[in-house]
Ligand binder design. Structure first.
Ligand code: PGA
Length: 241
């Protein structure tokens, strides 16, 4: 099935559409696959507003995040656990025991990845998966070259990723070197996937993702082989299509 690609004139329209898409899939028992990064912040803001207005309840929903930095505890302000707390969890009624994210502070990251893989299959597969994309085409922290059949694993972050994420840490060197990420196989197990991309820095990755033959060199290109994907782009991210 061809990927449904939608292009938006404003960031707010894109955020609203993404929030409506996810909200339509929120029901007791639903498993949501959640992502961090700058891109989905507006979507989370819209979801929090919908919840505040009484339009949606997340009661009975289970959330499983894509990834976390190795070495950062949930209390670290740049951890993805802290991100989720700040941008979504504190505003909505997902029960604390139903919010899952790899433990970046686990003493043995490899064992933690194994635990998270097991957890994924106990809870999942995911019904609705939210994804951003790296300028190098990564999804989750599956960097270029990651096999399409990868499961949850410890990854050494690509230089491009550490540069992209440097502002929050002060410098690329201060960005954690490793992360735990769901694998591409986990991501592809989701029943439905929404990929969000904003800005010119994503344009080339989006072009390769949608137009080139799927290759592990562009991890997001695997989505061409998924039956149910929607891609929301702003004009800048779509400019090379
Ligand atoms: P961003 O990150 O939303 O901050 O651009 C996306 C990603 O790296 O997957």
């Amino acid at each position: 099935m061809a990927i449904d690609v939608q292009i938006f004139e404003s960031e707010q329209e894109l955020d609203r559409k993404a929030a409506e898409w996810l909200a339509a899939r929120v029901r007791p028992g639903a498993v949501l696959g959640l992502a961090t990064g700058n891109t989905p912040i507006g979507m989370y803001r819209e979801l929090a507003a919908m919840h505040r207005r009484g339009q949606i309840s997340f009661a009975g929903v289970r959330a499983i995040n894509l990834d976390e930095y190795v070495g950062l505890s949930r209390e670290h302000p740049e951890s993805f656990a802290a991100f989720m707390e700040e941008h979504l969890f504190r505003w909505v009624d997902i029960a604390p025991e139903d919010r899952h994210i790899p433990n970046g502070a686990a003493p043995d990251p490899v064992q933690e990845a194994e635990r998270y893989e097991k957890l994924y299959w106990e809870i999942g597969p995911v019904d609705a998966q939210v994804l951003g994309i790296g300028s190098n085409g990564h999804i989750g922290f599956n960097e270029p070259g990651t096999p399409f059949d990868s499961v949850t694993h410890v990854v050494e972050l690509a230089e491009a990723t550490r540069i992209a994420n440097a502002p929050a840490f002060g410098s690329p060197e201060a960005v954690p070197r490793y992360a735990i990420t769901l694998g591409i196989r986990n991501i592809m197990a989701a029943r439905e996937i929404i990929l969000l991309a904003k800005g010119a820095s994503k344009a080339e990755a989006i072009r390769r993702t949608l137009k080139e033959t799927p290759t592990p060199e562009v991890p997001a290109s695997v989505l061409q082989t998924h039956p149910n994907v929607i891609v929301l782009l702003d004009r800048e991210a779509a400019k090379l299509l």
